[in-house]
Design a protein around this ligand. Structure first.
Ligand SMILES: Cc1cc2nc3c(=O)[nH]c(=O)nc-3n(C[C@H](O)[C@H](O)[C@H](O)COP(=O)(O)OP(=O)(O)OC[C@H]3O[C@@H](n4cnc5c(N)ncnc54)[C@H](O)[C@@H]3O)c2cc1C
Ligand code: FES
Length: 1237
């Protein structure tokens, strides 16, 4: 942070929020901080992103607190989100604008976002749009879809179009920011040498951060002639995508080089660039080359013990020397490369003959690999097609990857090795042409775009809200874009989540021990070592839970803890309870379990089908006569599509705190859950064998849930409560990200098989579909998910003859569960894929076939529920018009005919999302509204605030009904004490149902108070409340909604399972790089029919957030399991959710005009889930682009693309001479690293 300072025995730094300088004497290099420095301050303040200000450079750096060694803070001023601003003091303009631009939903990511923008503005008060995108590149948000956050940032860019009226915002005044604490000022001059301009190149100090290296290179490139800066250009390119700016600020050049990790982006370039490392030890200085021997840690070429790297010399490039950098990752930014490469060629003076050639790859071995022999053999050859061909073969021979290679994607990696070289070949050929057009022919025009990267250009988007009713009273908030109730608290970090609750007296921490085998008998468990560790209080096992260890949700009994036979990796075996989190986790690792593996181990859907391993309860829906219809159609096609699962990736991991009250067996449970009643009654009360009235379950807010905080949360809460009860002490359990991903399951992987009978004009007359979902080891909600998928198989289409059957596969994976969309994103994709194939067979565009088969006006669904599809057609037509589909289709085709290695694709999908729970009881909701004597109102209801803004909407409802300002109404959270027996918050219905209950309560109150109000119409609520009190009129009312009249009879296949339908359409355009498999989301237009929006800002947020989550599902989010059933992808480094760079460059959302929907809350519609499915418009746009590439290459047969459509799948589907050249392994001749489940 402050590299110029001399090493000190004393350490001091400032925590800016408090202008508080922290000092510690006698600091040793191994000093860790905790216990010595003011522990509480550090624990609470460094839990997120921070901004560090250093004196020497007078610059501000965003940094991840978790990656920040405390000693590195010496001499720095640290500002946390609390220091930026607060509701108690002053809100910073960044905080205000992020909140007011609706950039927060669950709010868990928000402090990090605020810190990134704040730091950017401290360095650049008027940033450019590029700086803005770069600043947010290292932050993740699972809720918003980023667009509103980008909008908030844009208000600070002078270059941006005005999106908001400036008067609305607090001005940004850099003179009012925190200053560098004078106490930390030192008089010495801190100009330690980091860069020296030597005659032969640039020497960079090993202590420079990668961010500083980036800045220096950018500056040097400006000053030097291009021929000298080839290596610097290549390094700069990789530094632009290497991690996010927070990491680049913390990672040192020396640490990066010396750690020699296998996917280092810089080492391959430094190696081909002939760099030298300057080392220093007590013995003196010496230089070693940064070459293959160094990279493979060969002892003779490595640092000696006690030696440090001082600097690295990067030589200038010469005339006729060219250097390039290549990388491909799962996500465009902030993702380690799958393969990366540095390549350098030197021709000597003209002649086009290779004099020197160096190629190094990352990601294909245990460290950076140099293709030394291949390069040697190519020296002396001219730069032409024959050389290219020979080079590819030599490289594939030398850099060989076995089929079982760690990381998987072996054929893709092999293809990238030579695709990158081909790109290098093209690039150099192009430069040679510009240098000597007579001698070098250069490239065909069609090839030129191969050299361009798919840039993420500056984002912009629009949202077209509904026009408000001019007759609506100005104080009535319904239909207005009101900011999220907690928006400001999210941005100031004041919003409290479960783990923010202060530590209680005597509190213990609980950590789970989980199974490491997919199917095994537990032969023995040895707890002795774990129990002997300091701080360990207890280990809860199945034995402790005797009599309460089993539960039955539907038909299959399940266990809380399993100590006999485990059926998946990640199954809960026992739970360690200790004084602290560290002690509990350390002890959990010391529990020794001996397993005896059992057969069979069933992991994949195909294996489950082979073993006939299904949960009871096949689901079947049949309409018309499918078999007869197949006899009369022109054509029949059969196909299948596999769809991978998805991790919820809520930002707040599973969290709970159980507090025994010390009398009458009462217990309070604070938990991040969507279903407090379930936690209270089904789990905690049942496990403690006490009546439910002794248990209070409270949820203030949830940092994202998406369906993942129901069943598993209940099991863990029960065990936590059990431990708390046993020891009479509060017990907290917070899962780490890796544990959470391992234990809790996610969206069900699906296999869809279909047979479609259709006419040559594209009309589908018969569809026979089979759904198989991978349920995992226990039933959980798999049958409900399957059922929903079957009911929604028709999506927006009228198939006159339809049969859909579904099976939930029982496998040895952690149990899969609910996830936003609940079976529909899978079911809908299967149907749309079938339609895409039908279109290809008919030689028509998929959009034409979609339109032709769509529901038209009044119709009937396969379960014989009436449907009015007028708005579906309107959404489709509007989307066609808004996206200029026809014009852009022509433009895409033109682009594709002019570019061989880049292709564009355009696709539009319709949406019919039926909303409902399938049973009236599941739709009931209740609320409780109190009016206090000062006229203020407290609302409680059964819904959980998970970011969707339900509490904000409920206050809007109370405000309208009671005709009082929103500021007069408060909402404190959800509790089983105020609203009992509330249903789960999910299925897009939370605001719908609870809103009707709140409305009912308010109307009851108003009816009671009307005589009083009419007596004193000019009075205030305080007057009326007092008058009511004086007349003994109750100022408290419950509200109730008994639920929509819904039912479904699976015997007859008929029913009315849904209350209404949300309609929509999305059109997406992408560009793909056929050589690397990268894709760029260029533009998406979404049109939705949402009835009357209660809060358009929150509703747009739900649509966009769901769309981006769906886009992740269908394109980049990939769970990887070992052949033994172990989940590899257990964190953000391995599992990639969409980041800012993935948001379509243009994103437009528009609503249909308001439509009446008599049974729902103010004619509104639930929007939490439908948008997920629209993400598949990106899948089909990529599909379209890949098809174009294949057609050009003469591959006209069927195209089978599974989901997610990752860079690997895109590249391998764009078959060409390179994919033909790579060696292929015989299936079965090796055990692959991972398997698709
Ligand atoms: C979230 C995340 C994302 C990342 N993404 C990417 C990416 O996309 N691409 C990529 O290439 N890299 C990526 N990295 C790796 C990053 O670039 C650095 O390589 C890494 O953080 C190591 O740098 P450091 O300064 O933290 O090293 P440290 O952890 O401090 O050091 C690493 C090793 O080098 C030794 N060492 C450090 N300095 C010296 C010295 N001067 N002399 C001798 N030994 C020394 C240390 O003792 C240690 O053994 C990522 C890292 C993280 C945490
Ligand atoms: S608001 Fe960003 S993760 Fe929830």
């Amino acid at each position: 942070a402050n590299p110029g300072r001399a090493p000190a025995q004393k350490m001091e730094f400032a925590l800016g929020g408090w202008s508080h300088v922290i000092r510690e004497e006698n600091v040793s290099p191994s000093f860790k901080g905790k216990n010595k420095l003011e522990e509480t301050v550090l624990e609470s303040e460094l839990g997120d992103l921070v901004c560090m200000q250093s004196l020497t450079l007078q610059l501000h750096y965003p940094a991840n607190a978790c990656l920040l060694p405390i000693c590195s803070l010496h001499g720095a001023a640290v500002t946390t989100v609390e220091g930026v601003g607060s509701t108690k003091a002053r809100i910073h303009p960044v905080q205000e604008r992020v909140a007011k631009c609706h950039g927060t939903q669950c709010g868990f990511c928000t402090p990090g976002m605020v810190m990134s923008i704040y730091t950017l503005l401290r360095n650049h008060p008027e940033p450019t749009l590029d700086q803005l995108t770069d600043a947010l590149g290292g932050n993740l948000c699972r809720c918003t879809g980023y667009r509103p956050i980008i909008d908030a940032c844009k208000t600070f860019c002078k270059t941006s179009p005005k999106l908001f009226s400036e008067e609305e915002f607090l001005p940004l005044d850099p003179t009012q920011e925190l200053i560098f604490p004078p106490e930390l000022m030192v008089s010495s001059n801190h100009t330690a040498l980091f860069t020296n301009d030597f005659i032969l190149g640039l020497t960079l100090g090993a202590g420079l951060s990668l961010a500083q290296v980036k800045e220096i290179l950018a500056e040097v490139i400006q000053k030097l002639p291009e021929e000298k800066t080839q290596t610097y250009h290549a390094l700069l390119k990789h530094l632009g995508t290497l991690a996010g700016c927070q990491i680049r600020n913390m990672a040192s050049l020396g640490g990066h080089i010396v750690s020699r990790h296998l996917d280092s982006d810089l080492n391959p370039l430094l190696a081909v660039g002939n760099c030298t490392l300057n080392l220093l030890s007590k013995e003196g200085e010496r230089q070693i080359p940064l070459n293959e021997q160094f990279l493979t840690k060969c002892p003779s070429a490595d640092l000696k013990p006690g030696e440090i790297l001082v600097s690295v010399n990067i030589p200038y490039s010469r005339k006729w020397e060219f250097v390039s950098a290549f990388r491909q990752a799962q996500r465009q930014q902030n993702a380690l490369a799958i393969v990366n490469s540095g390549m350098r060629v030197f021709f000597g003076e003209g002649g086009g003959i290779i004099r020197e050639l160096s190629i190094a790859y990352g990601g294909v071995g245990p460290t950076t690999i140099c293709a030394k022999n291949s390069c040697q053999k190519l020296i002396g050859r001219p730069w032409n097609e024959e050389m290219l061909d020979a080079a590819c073969r030599l490289i594939l021979d030398e850099v060989s990857l076995p089929g079982w290679a760690p990381g998987g994607k072996v054929e893709f990696k092999r293809t990238l090795l030579i695709s990158f070289f081909f790109k290098f070949y093209l690039k150099v050929s192009q430069i040679l042409k510009t240098m000597d057009p007579v001698r070098y022919p250069g490239l065909a025009d069609k090839y030129e775009s191969a050299l361009e990267d798919l840039h993420s250009r500056n984002h912009w988007g629009t949202s077209k809200y509904q026009v408000g009713n001019p007759k609506q009273l100005p104080q009535d908030p319904i239909g207005r874009p009101i900011m999220h109730l907690s928006g400001i608290k999210h941005t100031t970090g004041e919003a409290i989540y479960c783990d923010d609750m202060p530590v209680l007296d005597g509190e213990l921490f609980l950590a789970f021990v989980t199974s490491s085998r997919a199917h095994a008998e537990i032969v023995s468990i040895d707890l002795s070592e774990a129990l002997s560790l300091p701080g360990v209080v207890d280990i809860v096992t199945e034995e402790d839970l005797r009599g309460v260890n089993s539960f039955c949700l539907l038909i299959e009994p399940e266990k809380l803890l399993e100590t006999q036979e485990v059926s998946c990796v990640g199954q809960l075996v026992c739970a360690v309870v200790a004084d602290s989190e560290v002690q509990a986790k350390q002890a959990a690792k010391k529990v020794k379990i001996v397993y005896q593996d059992l057969e069979p181990v069933i992991l994949t859907i195909e294996e489950a089908i082979r073993h006939h391993s299904f949960f009871q309860g096949e689901r079947k829906l049949e309409y018309g006569n499918v078999d007869e219809a197949f006899k009369v159609v022109d054509q029949i096609l059969e196909g299948e599509i596999h769809m991978g699962g998805q991790e919820h990736f809520y930002m707040e991991t599973q969290s709970m705190l159980a507090v025994p009250k010390g009398e009458d067996q009462e217990m309070d449970v604070y938990v991040s859950s969507q279903f407090p009643k379930y936690i209270q009654v089904t789990w905690v009360a049942a496990t403690l064998k006490v009546p439910a009235n002794k248990i209070m379950c409270h949820v203030k807010r949830v940092g994202g849930a998406f369906g993942g905080k129901v069943t598993k949360t209940g099991i863990m809460a029960a065990i936590t409560a059990f431990a708390a009860n046993k020891h009479g002490r509060p017990v907290r359990c917070i899962l780490e990200r890796g544990e959470d991903m391992l234990i809790t399951g996610g969206r069900h992987p699906y296999l869809g098989k279909y047979k479609a009978g259709f006419m040559n004009d594209g009309r589908i007359l018969a569809l026979d579909v089979e759904h198989y979902c991978n349920g995992g080891s226990t039933l959980d909600e798999s049958l409900f998910v399957l059922e929903t998928g079957v009911l929604k198989v028709d999506n927006a289409y009228k198939f006159p003859n339809l049969r859909c059957q579904g099976w939930a596969c029982k496998t040895n994976l952690p149990s899969n569960t609910a996830l936003r969309g609940f079976g529909f994103p899978q079911s809908g994709l299967i149907t749309e894929n079938c339609i895409t194939e039908v279109a290809a067979k008919c030689g028509l565009s998929p959009e034409k076939v979609r339109m032709m088969n769509m529901y038209k006006e009044i119709d009937q669904t396969p379960y014989k529920q009436e449907i009015d599809a007028t708005n579906l057609i309107q959404c489709w037509k509007e989307c066609m018009a808004m996206s200029s589909y026809s014009l852009r289709k022509v433009a895409v085709e033109k682009f594709n005919s002019e570019n061989y290695w880049k292709k564009k694709g355009l696709a539009m999908v319709p949406l019919k999302f039926p909303v409902g729970f399938g049973s009236t009881a599941a739709c009931q909701a209740a609320a409780l509204v109190h009016i206090y004597l000062d006229g203020s109102v407290l609302v409680t209801h059964g819904g959980i605030e998970m970011g969707q803004g339900v509490h904000t909407k409920m206050i809007q409802v109370a405000s309208r009904e009671l005709r009082m300002p929103m500021s007069n109404v408060h909402l404190r959270g959800t509790s089983t004490e105020t609203v009992p027996n509330a249903n789960v918050s999910g299925a897009s219905l939370v605001a719908d149902l609870n809103g009707l209950a709140v409305k009912d309560a308010c109307q009851t109150l108003l009816k009671r108070l009307e005589p009083i109000i009419s007596k004193n119409p000019k009075g205030t609520w305080k007057d009326w409340a007092q008058a009511a009190y004086d007349e003994s009129i109750s100022l408290s009312a419950t509200g109730y909604f008994r639920g929509y009249e819904t039912h479904m009879n699976w015997e007859t296949g008929e029913g009315h399972p849904f209350e209404y339908f949300v309609f929509g359409a999305a059109c997406s355009e992408v560009e793909i790089d056929c050589l690397t498999g990268a894709h760029k989301n260029i533009r998406t237009d979404i049109v939705m029919d949402i009835g009357h929006s209660i809060n358009p800002a929150l509703d747009v947020g739900q649509i966009e957030g769901a769309f981006i989550q769906g886009m992740g599902l269908y394109t980049i989010e990939e769970l990887k399991y070992s052949p033994q059933g172990v989940l590899y992808t257990r964190g953000p480094d391995q599992y990639k959710i969409p980041a800012v760079s993935d948001v379509p460059t243009e994103l437009h959302v528009s609503f249909l005009p308001p439509s009446q929907n008599s049974n729902t809350l103010y004619s509104s519609k639930g929007l939490g889930e439908p948008g997920v499915f629209l993400g598949c418009s990106v899948f089909f746009a990529i599909h379209d682009a890949v098809r174009a590439a294949r057609q050009e290459r003469g591959l006209l047969g069927p195209l089978k693309l599974d989901s997610p459509l990752t860079p690997e799948k895109i590249r391998m589907a764009c078959e060409d001479k390179f994919t033909k050249m790579i060696p292929r392994d015989e299936p079965g001749s090796y055990v692959p690293w991972n398997i698709p489940v």
